[in-house]
Design a protein around this ligand. Structure first.
Ligand SMILES: [Zn+2]
Length: 90
């Protein structure tokens, strides 16, 4: 008997929009122009968090620019994602 463990890497992320103020779907940062994330420089990353217990969740956000073409972007990212080599301080 063998157990095959497949990671559910679905392309669809559900975004909670209880108050309708954040409509952008969470996406993994990628440069649309270059079609890759290998040139991205992450400027800011804010992990997903709860604003208050039992209240609406604030989705993770990242802002980044592409060192190849200079494109800048910032949007919600999946809670499971964080920048490569990202480290948290204190
Ligand atoms: Zn680019």
């Amino acid at each position: 008997m063998s157990i095959v463990h497949e990671s559910p890497r679905s392309a669809s992320f559900s975004v909670l929009t209880k108050r309708g103020d954040i409509a952008a779907p969470a996406q993994v940062p990628t440069c649309d122009t270059c079609g890759t994330d290998e040139h991205l420089i992450y400027e800011e990353y804010v992990p997903a968090r709860m604003s208050s217990p039992g209240s609406d969740a604030v989705s993770a956000n990242a802002s980044y620019s592409c060192s190849e073409c200079g494109r800048f972007s910032a949007h919600a990212v999946p809670a499971s994602w964080c920048p490569p080599n990202w480290s948290f301080y204190g």
